[in-house]
Design a protein around this ligand. Structure first.
Ligand code: HEM
Length: 224
């Protein structure tokens, strides 16, 4: 690698597919997110069910903003095939919230400050396709990957089976791996300038940090 290449922002090298630039550019952020105490407690069964129920409430706010942005891109004919009906999470989260908090869940949940900041960012940049792509990548590919591990852990530790963990189910996607490959191909087909590619990677890194901040708020509320 030349000195000149080193100086370039991640994601600007046109020879590297965007999906590969995203994976490489967010690898360290992914490790940080996985190591969040809240996530670790969720995985190893030390998180009380109320903590998981609160996570579902935060995710409701996040996915409402993400999916509203996706809907606006579709309505504008500007989604470049990146918005998939089979990924839609809000109805599944609402079913989980009904199961976890009761039918009056709307009156029982609140949005934590870090979640509000995450939602504000989605509302600010979600109409810009490259930045929408960064946020959608961070959440949906995560849900289709590590999310499936989390689902098994939550079911095992809390005796849930279906109800309460619908968020992690993608009934319209029969095989996750080919779907993820197709999603990456759509990312790679985006017609972006080098500067826009760098913005996508930077925005995905921000998306990971926003998730991490949300886990920190959740940890402060639920870990002793
Ligand atoms: C304990 C928690 C987690 C575990 C065990 C985990 C595990 C994994 C694994 C094994 C993959 C690779 C899957 C594959 O190549 O098909 C993956 C990919 C991914 N994860 Fe996670 N993950 C966790 C948390 C998170 C979090 C909190 C986020 C973001 C909010 C996230 C976002 C992603 C993304 C975007 C990918 C796709 C990477 C790529 O191929 O470009 N993960 N995760």
């Amino acid at each position: 690698m030349t000195a000149q290449t080193d100086e370039r922002a991640p994601g600007t090298d046109a020879d590297v597919p965007l999906s590969a630039a995203l994976r490489a550019g967010t690898r360290a952020d992914h490790e940080d997110a996985e190591r969040s105490p809240f996530v670790e407690h969720l995985v190893d069964g030390r998180l009380p069910l109320a903590g998981y129920a609160d996570l579902a409430a935060q995710q409701h706010a996040v996915y409402r903003a993400l999916e509203a942005a996706g809907d606006r891109l579709v309505a504008a004919g500007a989604d470049a095939g990146l918005v998939f009906a089979e990924l839609e999470r809000v109805p599944a989260i609402e079913a989980d919230l009904t199961h976890l908090h009761g039918p009056d869940w709307r009156a029982r949940v609140r949005v934590l400050p870090a979640t509000a900041a995450y939602v504000a960012r989605l509302e600010e940049v979600g109409d810009d396709l490259p930045r929408y792509a960064a946020h959608a990548y961070t959440r949906y590919l995560g849900d289709l990957s590590g999310g499936q591990v989390l689902k098994r852990m939550i079911e095992r530790h809390h005796g849930l089976d279906g109800d309460g963990v619908r968020f992690y189910d993608f009934p319209q996607i029969h095989k996750l791996k080919p779907f993820k490959d197709a999603y990456r191909e759509r990312l790679d087909a985006l017609d972006l300038t080098p500067a826009q590619r760098a913005d996508v990677v930077e925005e995905a890194r921000l998306a990971f940090r926003l998730n991490r901040a949300m886990f920190a708020d959740l940890g402060a509320a639920h870990l002793s």
